[in-house]
Design a protein around this ligand. Structure first.
Ligand code: 2NL
Length: 384
């Protein structure tokens, strides 16, 4: 602003500083006194000064209003107000006619400069507002995401799938069957006579005179044998139902996994071999199966089987009974069962075994109450 704008007929130049001080119109007394033709200079100089002051004021007010414009509409109003056809700067330029001709270029140049400055400021503010609007709409990819609560398989089903994988790796095919069964497939074909306690209404869920919820997965094996000839090597898994009072180790609903292998020349040692593999799967290398005599209507001989404890390795601990964990039952398929499915019991022999999946899941995860597997309490299930 220290720049000189122009000179008046051999007189002293007007500094910007002087112009600003003379905003209200009157030049300083000193100036008046030092000039010979006081009056005309006063008039012309006063008008020039006031014009310069006006331009300067328009500049500073205009800039302030541009900066204050909060949106495009407000900014446009400011632009029209100052730079429009009937705007303040245009008005002022029209007033140039009142100036002596030699002074017009000074104020004209000044006014045009302010016009440019304001136009530039409007453009800059427009960009700024556009940028702000874009930023407000833009997606901030650096904001941390909200992780959706992902589920996972229920520990019981996960255990079932793991068991199925173990048996698939041993060459067994996984099969399924209906949960609603007829008495024939659930009992009769399995050599279970009508006076057997399991067939009592108090022990099974009957849906009709001959229809019930399956009490084990064995009827699935019957259906497989009805449909094809040996060799048979399958495992049936699924939900079974018995009229049990619920407690820490019993529920009216439970899951079973049951294996069946039928071919010529199959004997009890083949069964023992598979049971040892099951023991090693849970207990690691060196773990063994133990079999003790038992009774099932559909196997002869029958046995209960246990595996050496995978916690203490057989020395005895809280989890096991004298170093062994009792798992389920097994045996050689009773010839009467083969007869009911049309297999020649003279030609074919086979073994079967079955155990509860809940028990395996409880051992696996240290669950002490079977009911927790059915409560569907997310605080419990989310742990697995
Ligand atoms: C147990 C015992 C067992 C079987 C299931 C079976 C099936 C057919 C023929 C002969 Cl088709 N047997 N299955 C045999 C012995 C025991 O399950 O305690 N399960 C939880």
């Amino acid at each position: 602003m220290g720049e000189r704008w122009g000179r008046r007929r051999g007189g002293r130049g007007w500094s910007a500083e002087g112009a600003r001080r003379g905003r209200v119109g009157a030049p300083s007394a000193r100036l008046v006194l030092t000039r010979g033709r006081a009056q005309p200079i006063m008039r012309a100089g006063g008008y020039l000064l006031s014009m310069k002051a006006k331009v300067e004021e328009l500049r500073s007010r205009g800039l302030a209003e541009v900066t204050a414009a909060a949106d495009r509409a407000a900014l446009d109003a400011v632009r029209v107000k100052y730079l429009g056809k009937k705007g303040l700067l245009t008005d002022l330029l029209k007033g140039l006619a009142k100036l002596p001709p030699e002074e017009r270029p000074v104020v004209g140049k000044l006014a045009n400069g302010v016009k440019t400055v304001l136009a530039d400021a409007v453009a800059a503010r427009r960009d700024e507002l556009a940028g702000a609007a874009a930023a407000a709409e833009a997606i901030d990819v650096t904001i941390p995401g909200i992780a959706p609560a992902l589920g996972h398989p229920h520990p019981l089903i996960e255990t079932q799938v793991r068991l199925e994988q173990v048996f698939e790796s041993l060459g067994f095919e996984v099969v399924e069957g209906p949960e609603v069964e007829d008495e024939y497939h659930n009992f009769e074909a399995l050599n279970t006579p009508p006076d057997h306690p399991a067939r009592d209404e108090h022990d099974s869920f009957y849906l009709g005179p001959m229809l019930l919820l399956r009490t084990h997965t064995s009827p699935v094996q019957i259906r497989v044998m009805e449909g094809r000839q040996p060799p048979i090597k399958v495992v049936a898994t699924g939900r079974c139902f018995r009229r049990d009072e619920a407690d820490a180790t019993h529920l009216p609903v439970f899951h079973q996994i049951e294996g069946l292998l039928v071919d010529e020349g199959i004997n009890f040692r083949h069964l023992r071999g598979i049971l040892d593999v099951i023991a090693e799967t849970f207990g690691g290398e060196g773990a063994v199966a133990r079999v003790r005599p038992d009774f099932f209507p559909f196997t002869e001989p029958s046995a209960e089987f246990a595996i050496s404890c995978f916690v203490c390795g057989g020395r005895g601990c809280r989890v096991c009974t004298e170093g062994f964990i009792e798992l389920g039952g097994c045996g050689m398929v009773d010839p009467a069962v083969f007869e009911s499915v049309g297999y020649d019991p003279e030609r074919y022999t086979g073994f079967a075994f079955g155990f509860g999946i809940e028990r395996i899941a409880m051992l696996r995860y240290g669950i002490t109450d079977i009911r927790q597997l059915y409560d569907n309490d997310m605080r419990f299930l989310a742990q697995f």
